[in-house]
Design a protein. Structure first.
Length: 91
């Protein structure tokens, strides 16, 4: 291989290797695309007055009547999470 061809292609090959190396190092530090947690606006509370939704404690049977559901965070009663129960409205 002629010396002038080696001198001509060496900077090009070196630049390609350098860019691939930098790109691979940067890929380790950045989160994968689409995995960023974008804050969602809070959901509007859903009116469930007509559905008779209850939070029921499985240990002692205590019931709380729920009239609106938003971001549901189930409370604890007697140390256990309460169960969400939907019942048909009695007439």
């Amino acid at each position: 291989m002629p010396t002038w061809l080696v001198w001509l292609t060496a900077p090009v090959v070196g630049t390609v290797i350098w860019k691939l190396g930098i790109a691979s190092i940067r890929s380790f530090s950045a989160p994968p695309p689409g995995s960023l947690d974008v804050e969602k606006p809070p959901a509007e509370p859903e009116d469930v007055e007509g559905l008779d939704v209850y939070l029921v404690c499985g240990e002692c049977g205590t019931e709380f009547h729920v009239s609106k559901l938003g971001e549901l965070q189930i409370p604890r009663h007697c140390g256990e999470k309460m169960l969400v129960t939907r019942r048909a409205r009695g007439t």
